[in-house]
Every structure is written in structure tokens, then in C-alpha cells.
Design a protein around this ligand. Structure first.
Ligand SMILES: C=CC1=C(C)c2cc3[nH]c(cc4nc(cc5[nH]c(cc1n2)c(C)c5CCC(=O)O)C(CCC(=O)O)=C4C)c(C)c3C=C
Ligand SMILES: [Fe+2]
Ligand SMILES: [Fe+2]
Length: 353
């Protein structure tokens, strides 16, 4: 039978002993996932997996599945597919979320290898679609990772994001014969280096535009209001992020505001809705120059590049808005990579000393 002694001294293992690679610590980054392409069937497969997750849409399956299969999945793959097509990275034939996640992984592999050498293995997986969480946990165990730090790349905790990513990680561990020791990373919205990276991204964007915007909207992905009432801390963590950003920038309350986007279905979601708020600001408050940033997204994706920078921008301009500035996500900015590296090192405590 394999044991720890054999693992550290493979030379002494008997010839018929299973091969045991050198022990490593795996750092597995996780993002939401993205379709393999923007055609109908790939979109349908992706949306079906995503929207069947009861952490995302919590209606009982007997009620939701007929609506999903017969109504939502006959129309939405076309509309969402067209939206993905408008932002697709044609050169790499993948969505921007995939390209940016790869870039972040590459940058973090560099900083963490500098710190720990080949005792760490850094990779990424997706909650929905490819590469799957299961396949990457398997590959890490195969490569000798006896410990895995799982890092969902969401600054804020939400059942619909962090918790479901963790669920999938633990499901993958259930299949392992020799299960690695596992940890999951805390939400990092209060990490000073993350707030610093956000502030720098706003300052850099503002430095490039001729006229200072009247207001900055921090537009977070929404969730149904009911989730907040049922105890999900996401809303409060978003509000706190805006406050910390405001304090770091040294701005007045009137210069920055929290809003929520991407409403789905008939229920009330967290408010104010970004798409309505930008129009109201332009029309009723005479705020003709606005900027929008998206602190809940660690990487630019359909929700920022298409929804904010196309749909929400159009709503603002239609209501008389004149200058719309989108502040890109932190992506693989050095300040973001420094923040993520710090969060990882803090969560590795005791594993690599
Ligand atoms: C229908 C319910 C949804 C909830 C609740 C939800 C929460 C949530 N999502 C993110 C981050 C992302 N969502 C993305 C895409 C996306 N989200 C939903 C629905 C819900 N999200 C859908 C249907 C889609 C697909 C696109 C579409 O058809 O409109 C993405 C982008 C993925 C990409 O490939 O670019 C991200 C990232 C958060 C942070 C969140 C709650 C906290
Ligand atoms: Fe979403
Ligand atoms: Fe709150």
C-alpha cells in the first residue's frame, strides 16, 4: 500500500509499488465558466449546466426545469450567443473570461514559483464547462499535490458563486482515493491591496479622460433580493467595498454609488439596477458624465464588456448622457496580481514553511 514514507523516498518503494510523485501544494484558481463557443448548442450546454444549479436559481427542480428546458433554453442561447459573439476573442477562439483567467494563472504561477519554487503547482478550473474542476483536481493529485488550496476568484462571498464553486471542489475530492488536504480561500473584498488595485484602476482611467465624471457607479452583479433576506452576505460585502474604495480615493459620498446589474427573471433583484440608474442620473439629475467600474468581477467578461460597455452605455446615452467611461476589471494588472498573491500567501499559512 502507498504511504507517506514511500512518497518522500520513492527509491525505497518496492518495484511493484504504485508510482508516487514528489509532494507538492496545489493552488487551484476557479472562475465561473464560459461557453466553448457562441453557437446554439455550446451556449445551450453551458446555460443548461449553469442555470440548473440550485445555488444559482433555487426554485424546486419540478417547477424550474420545465421552464428552463422548454422556454429559457429555446431562446436565450441565441440572444446570449449574439452577445458573446460581439466580444469573442477570435484570435484565440475563446471568450475574454477564458483568456484573462489564463493570463492571471500565468502571472500567479510566476509570483508563486518565485516564492516557493517547484513545491507549488498553480492552475485554473471553471465551475461550469471546461476545464472542469474535477479534471484539474485529478491532474493535481496525479502530479503529487497532497494539499490543495482552492481559490474561487470572487472578491465577495455569494451562494451563487463562491459556495457553488466550493461545492464542486468538494464533489471532486469525493472521487479521490487518497484525498489531498484541502482549504478554500476566504472572500477578499477587505484586503487593502485589492482596494488599492481598484483605486489605482479608477485613477488610471480618470487620468485618460478629458473631463472628470460627475459620478462613479460601482456596478456589482445582482442576485435576487430574497437571497439577501435569507442570509447571503453578498449585498453587505458589496456596499462595504464601495465605502472602502471611496475612503481610499478620498471622495465625497455624492461622487460614488453602488448599483447592481444583470437582473434575470421576474423576481425583484438587488437595487438600484445599473441600467435604470444611469438613465435616471442623466435624465433627472443632469449627470451627463459618468464612469462605471465592476468590482465583483475579477476578470472582464460578457457582463462587463457587453452588458456594461454596450447595453448600459446605450441606456445612458439614450437618456441624454454624454460621456460614458468604463473602468476595466483588474484582470492581470500587476496591482491585482500582487493582491491575489498576498491573499494566497496568507491562506497558505503553515503549508510551505
Ligand atoms: C440567473 C441567475 C444568476 C445569478 C444569481 C448570478 C449571479 C452571479 N454571477 C456572477 C458572475 C458572472 N455571471 C456571468 C454570466 C451570467 N450570469 C447569469 C445568471 C446569474 N448570475 C447568466 C445567465 C450568465 C450568462 C450570460 C447571459 O446569458 O447573460 C459571468 C460571465 C461569464 C462569461 O463567460 O463571460 C460572470 C463572471 C456573480 C459575481 C454573481 C453573484 C454574486
Ligand atoms: Fe451571473
Ligand atoms: Fe446589506
Amino acid at each position: 500500500m502507498p504511504d507517506a514514507k514511500d512518497a518522500t523516498c520513492p527509491a525505497h518503494a518496492p518495484a511493484d509499488h504504485p508510482k508516487i510523485p514528489r509532494e507538492k501544494v496545489g493552488i487551484l484558481l476557479a472562475n465561473l465558466g464560459t461557453p466553448d463557443n457562441y453557437g446554439y448548442w455550446a451556449m445551450r450546454r453551458y446555460l443548461n449546466e449553469f442555470l440548473s444549479d440550485q445555488r444559482v436559481i433555487d426554485y424546486p427542480a419540478w417547477k424550474w426545469q420545465p421552464i428552463l428546458q422548454l422556454i429559457v433554453l429555446t431562446k436565450r442561447p441565441f440572444t446570449s450567443g449574439a452577445a458573446y459573439k460581439s466580444i469573442w476573442n477570435e484570435a484565440a477562439n475563446e471568450s475574454p473570461l477564458m483568456t484573462i483567467t489564463k493570463d492571471q494563472t500565468h502571472a500567479l504561477r510566476t509570483t508563486l514559483t518565485e516564492a516557493y519554487g517547484d513545491r507549488v503547482m498553480v492552475d485554473y478550473c471553471m465551475r461550469y464547462g471546461n476545464p472542469s474542476t474535477r479534471s484539474k483536481v485529478r491532474a493535481m493529485v496525479d502530479a503529487g499535490c497532497t494539499k490543495i488550496l482552492f481559490f474561487p476568484l470572487y472578491p465577495h462571498y455569494a451562494g451563487a458563486t463562491t459556495a457553488t464553486a466550493n461545492d464542486q471542489f468538494f464533489r471532486a475530492l469525493m472521487k479521490e482515493t487518497w484525498q489531498p488536504t484541502a482549504r478554500v480561500v476566504d472572500p477578499y473584498f477587505e484586503e487593502p491591496l485589492y482596494i488599492e488595485a481598484l483605486a489605482q484602476s479608477v485613477e488610471q482611467a480618470y487620468a485618460k479622460i478629458p473631463e472628470r465624471p460627475d459620478i462613479l457607479l460601482c456596478s456589482y452583479h445582482g442576485v435576487p433580493e430574497r437571497y439577501l433576506m435569507e442570509g447571503d452576505p453578498y449585498h453587505c460585502q458589496c456596499q462595504k467595498t464601495t465605502r472602502l474604495l471611496k475612503e481610499r480615493l478620498g471622495w465625497a459620498d455624492t461622487e460614488i454609488k453602488t448599483t447592481f446589474q444583470s437582473k434575470f427573471g421576474p423576481e425583484e433583484w438587488l437595487k438600484p439596477y445599473t441600467v435604470e440608474e444611469v438613465a435616471r442620473l442623466a435624465r433627472d439629475e443632469g449627470k451627463k458624465k459618468i464612469a462605471v467600474c465592476a468590482p465583483a468581477f475579477s476578470a472582464d467578461c460578457i457582463e462587463t464588456l457587453e452588458e456594461i460597455n454596450e447595453e448600459i452605455k446605450e441606456s445612458f446615452e439614450h437618456a441624454g448622457g454624454e460621456q460614458f467611461t468604463y473602468v476595466p476589471c483588474l484582470n492581470d494588472n500587476p496591482a491585482h496580481i500582487a493582491a491575489l498573491t498576498k491573499v494566497i500567501k496568507d491562506n497558505l499559512g503553515g503549508w510551505l514553511e
